[in-house]
Design a protein around this ligand. Structure first.
Ligand SMILES: C[S@@+](CC[C@H](N)C(=O)[O-])C[C@H]1O[C@@H](n2cnc3c(N)ncnc32)[C@H](O)[C@@H]1O
Length: 310
């Protein structure tokens, strides 16, 4: 039975080999951003991203199968992936591995191709979150809209899993808080007759009215007030001045870590890059385990982790 490698550091390793070396059911949360298809040369032998599209997807599915084995039964997996236009960047030289190649300028749809394959491989997809970049860089293209978002898929291993919604609730508008307080003062009870008239007509889902009453009751009992943050997450890209070009912002990691990793749990990032996931995990009182193929990035990431180790 293997044991976990040294925690709170990034190891120099290939993602598949590293995930294979992890003990079963030892990780609470996987959060990562692998190289996007055909976009960058990370200058490391064995790197992912420059093979054809079909081989790229196969490799990711295999790595995340090993990550799933290493994940605890109630653990979660957040995958950030950007898309690529066929014929651009390295995707110009990289065959896309299809019998009928994608036409030049066609968005390859990589994030959803990967997500669907992961579902087929046994993952349960809970949300397709949209990372909206309010300060996303402008693009020179004059014949399409400028891309200002990336996908963030939230997967789990089984139907019941760790999820702390209260840790990530967003403040309500003052008018909603007032309404909730009024409901409590009036001691309003849930009225099934009103629920029947709910426009959604759905019996399975609570009506907005019932949700409001339940929210008021929860507030009365626990003092916890705030709304579910929803699936579109505006997070500005942060200028990273180190020697790495594809970092995501630490703020993007906050919600997944707070909601899906218990305090003191272990967060894994098998494509650690500059160590962003690890910094967020350590700052939030979780442990971290990472790997990256590129020795320079590993050194930089460990330096950045040392800055925040409590
Ligand atoms: C998009 S970057 C990750 C950036 C990271 N989220 C951050 O904020 O710094 C992808 C990383 O995957 C690494 N990589 C590429 N192929 C790999 C492989 N086979 N195994 C492990 N790491 C690999 C690259 O060196 C690069 O640092």
């Amino acid at each position: 039975m293997s044991t976990l490698p040294e925690l709170n550091r990034v190891h120099q390793a290939d993602a598949l080999a590293f995930c294979r070396s992890l003990p079963d059911a030892s990780i609470d949360l996987v959060m990562t951003s692998p190289p996007y298809w055909g976009l960058r040369d990370y200058k490391a032998q064995g790197q992912i991203g420059l093979e054809d599209m079909a081989a790229y997807i196969d490799r990711l599915v295999e790595i995340f199968r090993e990550a799933r084995r290493a994940l605890k039964p109630d653990g979660s997996f957040y995958l950030n992936l950007g898309d690529t236009y066929a014929g651009s960047g390295y995707a110009a030289e990289t065959s896309n591995g299809r019998r009928a190649p994608l036409p030049r300028k066609c968005l390859a749809g990589i994030p959803w191709r990967v997500a669907l394959r992961l579902i087929d491989d046994g993952w349960i997809l809970r949300n397709n979150l949209v990372w909206h970049k309010p300060n996303g860089a402008p693009h020179s293209a004059q014949d399409r809209f400028c891309v200002k978002h990336e996908d963030l898929f939230f997967f789990v291993k089984q139907q019941r899993y760790y999820f702390d919604l209260n840790a990530v609730r967003e403040p309500y508008k003052p008018s909603t808080v007032k309404r909730i307080k009024r409901i409590l003062e009036a001691k309003t009870e849930f009225d099934p007759a009103r629920h029947k008239n709910d426009a959604s007509g759905s019996r399975k889902h609570q009506s907005p009215y019932q949700i409001m009453i339940n929210t008021a009751k929860r507030y009365e009992k626990t003092g916890i007030l705030g709304k579910n943050p929803g699936t579109v997450w505006p997070v500005s890209t942060s200028g990273f001045r180190g020697n790495h070009f594809a970092t995501y912002p630490e703020a993007l990691c906050r919600r997944p870590i707070l909601a899906s990793c218990p305090p003191g749990g272990v967060v894994l990032d098998p494509f650690s890059g500059s160590g962003t996931t690890g910094r967020a995990a350590l700052r939030l009182g979780r442990s971290f385990l990472g790997c990256d193929l590129n020795a320079e990035y590993v050194e930089m990431a460990n330096q950045r982790l040392r800055e925040v180790i409590p």
